[in-house]
Design a protein around this ligand. Structure first.
Ligand SMILES: [Zn+2]
Length: 466
C-alpha cells in the first residue's frame, strides 16, 4: 500500500508517487527576524516527521529549506536594534538552529539564502521579462498575471482582499493589474540594495523561492511544503513564475501545507506580537514534551496553543518512558507478534496522510501492553523485543525516549539563571550598567550566553567551542 497524502493542488488525498530519486523536497523556511516561536516549531517538526516517515518507508530525500535573509521586517528589526540587517539575519538563523536542534528536527541538506543567490534571481527576473511574462516600471519589475491563464489553481483565489489590493495599488502605481506582483523592487533610501539591469533594488519574496528551488533541486519538485498562510499569494506566485520559467507543469507535484498555531483564534506571528518563543517554552518544559504536544494534532489542522495540553504531553512522554524503564537498547531483540501488530497499526495510521495522533495512540497502547506483561512477569525476551519496537517507532516521530542529560541539566539550572537575570535587570533599571555587565560576563564564564532583546533578556547554554 502506498502512502496517501493530501495535495493542496488537487484538494484530494492521493498516493505518494515521487518522480525523482532522491525525492525533491523544498520547504519555505524562516525569515530570520527574531527567535523562532511555537508556530515555527510546529511547522518544522511536522515536516521533520513527514521526512522521517518517508525515509523509514525507503525513500531517499533531498531536503532544501531556504532562509529569507532579505526582508522588510529584517530591515525594520535592524533599524530598531541599531544593527546591520545581515547581522540580524545571521543571529536569528543561528537561533533557529538552536531551537530546532533541541526539538530533534533533523537538518535539511541545504539552506540556500537570498543573498547567496542574487545573480541567479536577477537572471530569472530577466528571463521572465524576455519571455513577455514581466514588465519594468521605473526600476520596479512586475509579473504580468494575465500571461498565466491558470493563475489561481492552487488557492482558488486570484486577488487578495479588496482592501489590501487597494492599499497595494497606491504603493505600486505602475502595476497594470492589481493581481500583478513585484519581482524586483527599486531601492528605497537606507535599505540594502543590489545592482541590476533595472537599477539598484532587491528581489520580491516569491521569485526568491522559485529561483532557489530550481537552482538546488531542478525544474520540478516532488513535494513543496510550507505553512497554510503561504498558499496565497506566495505559493500561487511561485507556481506562476516557475512554470513560466521552465515551461514545465506542474512546478510541484504535491503541495503540503501545515496548519497554523493560533492564540485566541488568531495565528501566532511575530508581526502580531502574540507569540511564545521556543526558548521560552523550553524553560518550563522538556523539548520532547513540546515535540509530542505539536504532533498530537494532525499536521493540516490548526493548533490552538495552550499550556494544559503541553503539560499533558509531558505526562504522556513520561508514560512512554516508564515502559522502557530499566531496559537498554537491544537491536538484536526479536519483535514479538503483539509488537509487530502495534507496528502495523502505527504504519497504517502514518500511511493515512501522516496521521500522527493515530500513530501516537498505538504507541501508548504498546507502552501499556509492555507494562502489563512486564508486571505479570511474562517472557522478558518478548518484553525486551517490544521495548525495542517502542523505541524505533518513537524515533520515527523524532521522539527521544532516553532522557537527555543535557536537557535535564538545563532544566535544573533554569531557576538560578533566572534569579541572576532578575538581579541584573534591577541593576540595569538603576543604571548600574557596569555591575550588570559584570554579571553577564560571569554567566558567560559559566557557559551561559545572555541575549538582550527589546522584550527582555533571554539565555541559553553556550555551544561547544563558542
Ligand atoms: Zn517560499
Amino acid at each position: 500500500m502506498p502512502i496517501r497524502l493530501t495535495n493542496t493542488l488537487t484538494g484530494r488525498e492521493e498516493p505518494f508517487q515521487p518522480r525523482h530519486d532522491p525525492v525533491r523536497l523544498y520547504v519555505c523556511g524562516m525569515t530570520p527576524k527574531f527567535h523562532p516561536h511555537v508556530g515555527h516549531a510546529r511547522l518544522f517538526v511536522a515536516i521533520d516527521v513527514i521526512r522521517r516517515y518517508l525515509e523509514y518507508r525507503g525513500y531517499r530525500l533531498k531536503h532544501v529549506q531556504n532562509f529569507t535573509d532579505v526582508d522588510d521586517k529584517i530591515i525594520a528589526r535592524a533599524n530598531q536594534e541599531g544593527m546591520d540587517p545581515r547581522e540580524v539575519a545571521r543571529r536569528y538563523s543561528e537561533s533557529y538552529f538552536i531551537a530546532m536542534d533541541a526539538l530533534n528536527v533533523r537538518r535539511a541538506d541545504l539552506y540556500p539564502t537570498v543573498t547567496d543567490f542574487m545573480p541567479q534571481i536577477i537572471r530569472a527576473v530577466q528571463e521572465l521579462i524576455d519571455s513577455g511574462h514581466a514588465y519594468v516600471v521605473d526600476g520596479d519589475v512586475y509579473y504580468d498575471v494575465s500571461t498565466k491563464p491558470d493563475y489561481g489553481k492552487l488557492s482558488g483565489r486570484t486577488t487578495e482582499e479588496g482592501q489590501l489590493v487597494g492599499a497595494r495599488k497606491e504603493l505600486e502605481p505602475g502595476k497594470r493589474d492589481p493581481r500583478d506582483f513585484a519581482l524586483w523592487k527599486a531601492a528605497k533610501p537606507g535599505e540594502p540594495a543590489w545592482e541590476s539591469p533595472w537599477g539598484p533594488g532587491r528581489p520580491g519574496w516569491h521569485i526568491e523561492c522559485s529561483t532557489m528551488s530550481r537552482e538546488t533541486l531542478g525544474d520540478q519538485l516532488d513535494m513543496h511544503a510550507g505553512g497554510w498562510d503561504l498558499v496565497f499569494p506566495h505559493h500561487e506566485n511561485e507556481i506562476a513564475q516557475s512554470e513560466a520559467l521552465t515551461g514545465k507543469e506542474p512546478f510541484a507535484f504535491v503541495w503540503t501545507h501545515i496548519g497554523l498555531v493560533t492564540v485566541g483564534g488568531e495565528k501566532m506571528a511575530h508581526s502580531l506580537g502574540n507569540f511564545t518563543t521556543v526558548a521560552e517554552v523550553l524553560k518550563q518544559h522538556e523539548p520532547m514534551a513540546l515535540r509530542l504536544y505539536l504532533i498530537t494534532t494532525h499536521y493540516r489542522s490548526p493548533l490552538a496553543f495552550n499550556e494544559e495540553s503541553l503539560i499533558a504531553a509531558g505526562r504522556g512522554l513520561a508514560r512512554l518512558r516508564a515502559a522502557l524503564e530499566g531496559s537498554v537498547p537491544d537491536p538484536a531483540a526479536v519483535e514479538p507478534a503483539w509488537a509487530q501488530q502495534a507496528r502495523a497499526r502505527f504504519e497504517e495510521a502514518m500511511d493515512d496522510d501522516f496521521n500522527t495522533s493515530g500513530a501516537l495512540g498505538h504507541l501508548f497502547d504498546l507502552a501499556r501492553e509492555i507494562n502489563r506483561r512486564r508486571d505479570s512477569g511474562e517472557d522478558m525476551g518478548q518484553v525486551r523485543g517490544a521495548q525495542q519496537t517502542l523505541r524505533s517507532l518513537a524515533e520515527i516521530l523524532g521522539l527521544r525516549l532516553e532522557p537527555a542529560a543535557e536537557s535535564g541539566a538545563t532544566r535544573d539550572i533554569a531557576p538560578f539563571v533566572e534569579l541572576v537575570l532578575d538581579a541584573r535587570q534591577t541593576l540595569r533599571s538603576a543604571k548600574l550598567y557596569r555591575e550588570a555587565d559584570r554579571l553577564r560576563a560571569e554567566l558567560r564564564a559559566l557557559g551561559i550566553v545572555v541575549e538582550d532583546t527589546p522584550t527582555g533578556s533571554t539565555w541559553r547554554r553556550a555551544r561547544p567551542g563558542e
